[in-house]
Design a protein around this ligand. Structure first.
Ligand SMILES: Nc1ncnc2c1ncn2[C@@H]1O[C@H](COP(=O)(O)OP(=O)(O)OP(=O)(O)O)[C@@H](O)[C@H]1O
Ligand SMILES: [Mg+2]
Length: 409
């Protein structure tokens, strides 16, 4: 049995159910604000699912190499190792406002301290990577296929230290995400993502503070769900909003599963503004040739589960076509996964964002300008980092194609 907490207060109990399912029941008398998800309001009857975990509890389970590490480390102790076991391990320190503990346990995050500056500056290569994964894996309730961990370093965070309230010394939760990459499969992934995020930032979208390690081996991103006072905001990805399992993250369309769904859950007077940001982000993904913009790479954030939800800041932007030349969209647009033309994107903006033709045109132009500006800094980085030359050169080619086919009329 797992005890589930929201905003550091007890919300309910999650247990196994039937052969392969699970059941979640709210505490008697739980108030509506204790809801674990905008899709699972507080109610008396339990929320039962025949297979696996409800999407909100599956949302932050590591995929890929991190999951395999945890399986190897814990399978012996638990005998078997399924999603329920994985949640019991990483659920105490995960993205968003939900925490999991044992039924009798109190809440205690206690993520070990790790200097982010050390990660950014050090040249220990594979060793540092292994050390960090071993030490932080069990505190890393964070999804995604690429190896990554959650660490705690309240001192290094620029925005946090500038904030009026510094994080208190008693804060023990994670503050940053450290992303690595599979050395052989996806060379220079951190630098790739770094420059893609620059494009989004240049377009005026909200991007959390992100820094690239000197040796290019890691990207460190500030958690956007962490408030200056050390508490965490609600976060839900679009797998949850579409009631999909993680392995269904490539199912759906940008029109319905992202834009329409967002409008349904926003509950906010800023919905028009956010739809414009969402549209901008989708177009950036197309222009940068990111074939991995699936349901888990968009999300909402909120302070109050019953209040307004805003589009989450930008994360996980990568030019994937430099690794997979035949890559294409990961959700459909206009019924296909082919990279869209400017005309198709223009139509998407006019229909789903209700933008005037001129306004939509302006967005596409702004993105083309941002890519051109960022290309200049990317070239400078190539000059100083020979090892990035090949991937960087391919990125520039892909971006040029992206501008030519998806942005220019
Ligand atoms: N800055 C952030 N603050 C809080 N949560 C974040 C942040 N960036 C990412 N996340 C969460 O972490 C998850 C994994 O991060 P990310 O998508 O960058 O990893 P990835 O391994 O590249 O993913 P994928 O499997 O899509 O390639 C995201 O889906 C999101 O839930
Ligand atoms: Mg991702």
């Amino acid at each position: 049995m797992i005890k589930v907490w929201t905003d550091a207060a007890e919300a309910g109990l999650l247990d196994r159910f039937g052969a392969r399912g699970s059941t979640f029941v709210y505490q008697p008398g739980a108030l509506p604000v204790r809801a674990v998800s905008v899709t699972m309001p507080v109610r008396l009857p339990s929320w039962d699912i025949q297979y696996g975990l409800p999407p909100i509890f599956e949302m932050n389970l590591p995929e890929g190499m991190l999951r395999e590490r945890l399986r190897l480390a814990f399978a012996k102790a638990t005998g078997t190792f399924d999603e329920f076991d994985l949640l019991a391990i990483v659920g105490r320190s995960q993205v968003g406002r939900i925490r999991c503990t044992g039924q009798k346990e109190q809440l205690q995050e206690d993520v070990p301290f790790q200097s982010v500056d050390e990660i950014l500056g050090k040249r220990r290569g594979g060793d540092l990577f292994r050390y960090l994964i071993d030490k932080f894996a069990s505190f890393s309730g964070i999804s995604g296929v690429q190896p990554k961990i959650l660490v705690r370093d309240e001192t290094a965070s620029v925005p946090l230290s500038k904030a009026k309230h510094r994080l208190s010394h008693s804060h023990r939760g994670a503050t940053h995400i450290v992303k690595f990459w599979e050395q052989n499969e996806y060379p220079q992934l951190a630098a790739n993502e770094y420059f893609c995020l620059k494009v989004a930032e240049q377009c005026g979208l909200e991007v959390p503070t992100y820094r690239l390690a000197e040796d290019g081996l890691a990207l460190v991103v500030d958690r956007f769900d962490l408030r200056p006072n050390g508490t965490y905001r609600g976060f839900e990805d679009f797998c949850v909003l579409n009631a999909r399992r993680t392995d269904e993250k490539y199912r759906g369309s940008y029109e319905a599963s992202i834009m329409k769904r967002f409008a349904e859950f926003a509950n906010s007077s800023h919905v028009g503004e956010d739809l414009e940001r969402l549209f901008t982000l989708i177009v950036i993904n197309c222009a940068l040739r990111n074939g991995d913009a699936h349901l888990k790479n968009f999300g909402i954030v909120y302070d109050d589960v019953e209040g307004e939800a805003r589009l989450a800041p930008v994360y996980d932007l990568v030019t994937t076509s430099v690794y997979l030349p035949k890559d294409s969209l990961s959700l459909t647009l206009n019924g296909t996964t082919k990279w869209p033309s400017a005309k198709e994107l223009q139509r998407l903006g006019e229909t789903r964002m209700s933008g005037s033709p001129a306004r939509v045109r302006g967005i596409l132009e702004r993105i083309a300008d941002a890519i051109a500006t960022t290309s200049t800094s990317l070239r400078t980085y190539i000059n100083d980092h020979e090892e990035f030359g090949e991937i960087g050169g391919r990125m520039l080619q892909q971006w040029e194609q992206g501008i030519a086919t998806s942005l220019n009329p």
